[in-house]
Ligand binder design. Structure first.
Ligand SMILES: *Cc1c(COP(=O)(O)O)cnc(C)c1O
Length: 793
């Protein structure tokens, strides 16, 4: 291995020789790129070493297939994991550059919608920290999740261009290209079946190294980009058809052009199915090529290859693997099926019916004519082996991707204890009865490198000073803080960390958003995708009710509160966009009210993404996790907040249940119906009206909205929302309102007692170690993948 020069030397060399600048003329982007390349060189050494070790040991490899990787910025992650923070800061300071400004110059790689994509990114980092040989496979979208801004309170979407600025982290692999076909026909000659696609595009690999803690290991994120097989039609050009000449390239690139911006409704669009097959087909070709080079004997595939499907989006991997093994490599169908099942496992992320993927069979059959035949055969085989089976994966002229994934996987997992139980009792009840050992739980986690050490350096230092640094990759060690939590002097320091973080956020909000807040207020934070099930409208209803109550009685000793919101709505989800607008409209009225101003402020920060989350989480006092019980599969935002010392006000939903068990019921503000009660309440006639009649505060808040108090020029603007809440109220906002109000007043009382509050907050930190994604990945390695760590091997 080459010996690298000092970080300072590396940065200056890259500035000069990679970017052609001297320090006097370098702009911020040059500095950001030079620092990134200097850090990348160090990661690259770890990466190449890890690859050698994996080949040398012949170890089993894990392949994580995901349509989304919500990565965020990578420079700080690299610097933190290589423990170069002080050095990098010092070098930049020497040249008069601000470390934070250099970090912030990097665009967020937003190749995901929300929790599912962020989980994939945390998993990659933990896989590297644990030294488990792994690849992430995804799509290199030219445009990630849209940029959000507000015009008159309304969400406006703008395209996102992360690749327009220079990007430091990827290595283009022009030699790694595969053809991906669509459409065409299937030719059957006796036992020999061949698919002749009508259309083909090429998938080209771009690799990003993902480094783990202390640079002990690095894995690869391989993203596929679409390109034409014959990019330029010279004949058409020579005939004067200049636009037509470039058309093949434009069409092929469409496939990796944009991320679908909707995480909860399945739209059945042809391009989306093409994207799913594009990712899966290229990934499997790559996996099999690597396996062939090293091992050859296809029957060993399950011993050497574990393929995890992140939700059903890559579910076509089942029939595709069978197709390659059977049609192309000539294995008997039953053997191909068994080998594929031995490799594949599937993570379910949602029970929401509107999110369960089901493809129209005519579209599916037109695009993937051989795969639909194989799915029918897989389904028939499964039915024959399980005569009591009722449900087919080919019902209603559709292909049901959840059932297909379940049948093709040797393990199926949910993402929290409650969610896994509900999988067994609801969507997968029949398949669970037939395969009682297949469903397992792996409660989600978050990486403590990004979500504590990186984003909250003050708290990280206090922890390291108190218990040493071993917590960074052994987060259970945080329980060793428990004696400190009893110590008043230590608690004061813990409280000072939070206060300093809040001052930073307040200054940033004033500078960048013109929002002026007092850092001594309770920072009450709800940041996540906008969705009815996540119930941002419950939060704003309570805010409006609180505002009314403070106006009635301003001298009643209110706990000053800042209600902070952030989150994007899918562009076609009009109800969610109305909720955003209502929050912005209500904020304008409430923030302008001099009577309530000392006690209540509301702000909705635009363009929620990973970097904004990293700014908000360390400064939060209270974490809003208020979904309708049974609807949030796990949540991971809830874990980031608990870890950073923000107690939760929340329902018994997803991983909230486990967070409450770990931090203790006395350090968690519980409210609302259980999942079971929710299912019963839905059948009670007029449940919303009953709740409204019983609670004058709720009545008044709804009246204010309906009568146009927040939209005086357009009083009917929110009749869609009030009509829904007073009518069907499927997500039971009204039925949970009264108990939510009660819990919030308990929060007020607890926060008013500062030492009590600090104790609760610190207790949340001390007891959140279990929510490390290292623990989650260890669970997958042991229970699902049968994979080993190569660190120390
Ligand atoms: C953690 C995270 C999420 C997931 O948040 P939930 O509250 O679990 O829905 C979504 N988006 C971003 C940017 C995140 O960092």
């Amino acid at each position: 291995m080459t010996k690298l020069p000092s970080l300072r030397e590396s940065i200056l060399q890259h500035l000069r020789y990679s970017f052609g600048k001297d320090p006097e003329h370098a702009i911020l982007e040059d500095w950001r790129m030079a620092v990134s390349y200097a850090v990348r060189d160090r990661i690259t050494d770890a990466w190449i070493n890890a690859t050698h070790r994996t080949y040398d040991t012949g170890a089993k490899r894990v392949y994580y297939l995901s349509m989304e990787f919500l990565i965020g910025r990578l420079l700080e992650d690299g610097i933190v994991n290589l423990e170069l923070v002080d050095e990098a800061r010092a070098v930049l300071a020497e040249f008069g550059k601000d470390y934070q400004a250099v970090l912030a110059d990097e665009p967020d790689a937003a190749l995901g919608n929300g929790g599912l994509g962020r989980l994939a990114a945390c998993f990659l980092e933990s896989l590297s920290t644990l030294g488990c040989p792994a690849h992430g496979y995804g799509i290199r979208y030219e445009h990630g999740l849209f940029r959000q801004s507000f015009v008159d309170g309304r969400q406006v979407e703008m395209p996102e261009h992360w690749l327009e600025q220079r990007h430091a982290w990827e290595f283009e692999r022009p030699e790694v290209r595969y053809r991906v076909g669509f459409g065409g026909h299937v030719d059957t000659r006796g036992e020999t079946v061949r698919w002749y696609p009508a259309e083909e595009v090429e998938a080209e690999a771009f690799d990003t190294p993902v480094v783990g803690w202390k640079g002990r290991w690095a894995n690869t994120l391989r993203l596929w980009s679409g390109r034409a097989i014959h990019p330029f039609d010279l004949d058409r050009f020579n005939h004067g058809d200049y636009a037509g000449a470039a058309q093949p390239e434009a069409l092929a690139r469409t496939i990796s052009r944009v991320l679908y911006p909707d995480d909860t409704t399945e739209q059945g669009k042809e391009l989306r199915l093409k994207q799913e097959y594009f990712l899966t087909c290229a990934a499997l070709r790559d996996i099999l090529r690597r396996f062939n080079n090293q091992f050859g004997d296809l029957r060993k595939l399950p011993a050497k290859v574990a393929i995890q499907l992140n939700d059903t989006h890559p579910a076509i991997a089942g029939p595709e693997l069978v197709r390659v093994l059977h049609d192309e490599r000539g294995l008997p169908f039953d053997d191909a099926l068994e080998i594929a099942q031995g490799c594949l496992s599937y993570t379910n992320h949602t029970l929401l019916p509107e999110a369960l993927e089901a493809w129209d069979e005519s579209l599916f059959g037109r695009l993937l004519p051989r795969h639909i035949q194989l799915i029918d055969r897989i389904d028939a085989t499964h039915a024959a082996r399980n005569p009591s089976r009722q449900q087919s994966m080919r019902a209603d002229h559709q292909v049901k991707m959840g059932q297909l994934s379940f049948v093709m996987a040797h393990k199926v997992n949910g993402v929290s204890a409650l969610h896994t139980d509900l999988m067994k009792s609801t969507v997968f009840s029949e398949l669970h009865r037939l395969h009682p050992d297949r469903i397992v739980n792996q409660t989600n986690g978050v990486t403590p490198r990004r979500w504590l050490l990186g984003c909250n350096p003050r708290l990280a230092s206090l922890i390291t000073e108190s218990i040493g640094e071993a917590w960074v990759d052994d987060l259970d060690q945080l329980t060793r803080l428990e004696p400190n939590v009893q110590d008043a002097a230590w608690l004061d320091r813990y409280a000072q960390v939070k206060r300093d973080n809040k001052v930073d956020l307040a200054n940033w909000m004033a500078r960048h958003h013109g929002v002026h807040v007092d850092p001594d207020m309770l920072f009450d934070v709800q940041i996540k995708r906008l969705h009815e099930y996540k119930r941002q409208h419950l939060n704003i209803l309570e805010t409006i009710a609180l505002w009314s109550e403070i106006r009635d009685n301003p001298e009643a000793g209110w706990t000053p509160r800042l209600k902070l919101f952030a989150g994007k709505a899918a562009p076609g989800y009009f109800f969610a966009k109305d909720i955003i607008r209502l929050i912005n409209d209500a904020a304008a009225v409430i923030n302008a009210d001099p009577v309530t101003a000392p006690y209540l402020k509301v702000a909705f920060l635009p363009n929620y993404n990973v970097s904004l989350a990293e700014r908000l989480v360390p400064a939060a006092d209270l974490s809003e996790q208020i979904s309708t019980a049974g609807k949030e599969a796990s949540g991971t935002g809830n874990m980031k907040f608990a870890l950073n010392g923000a107690p939760t006000v929340g329902t018994l939903d997803g991983a909230n249940v486990e967070i409450r068990e770990h931090v203790g019921a006395e350090n968690f503000f519980l409210f609302g119906m259980t999942a079971e009660e929710v299912m019963e309440r839905r059948h009670v006639d007029g449940h919303a009206w009953r709740a409204i009649e019983a609670d004058p505060r709720l009545r008044r808040a709804l009246d204010l909205i309906r009568d146009g108090r927040f939209s005086p020029q357009d009083p009917g603007r929110y009749h869609g929302i009030t009509g829904n809440l007073e009518g069907p109220d499927y997500f039971l906002v009204c039925s949970d309102f009264t108990d939510y109000w009660r819990a919030q007043r308990e929060v007020d009382a607890a926060f008013a007692d500062r030492s009590r509050w600090s104790r609760m907050a610190a207790w949340n930190t001390a007891r959140s170690g279990w929510f490390s994604s290292d623990r989650t990945i260890r669970g997958y390695m042991a229970d699902i993948w049968n994979a080993q760590s190569l660190i120390g091997a």
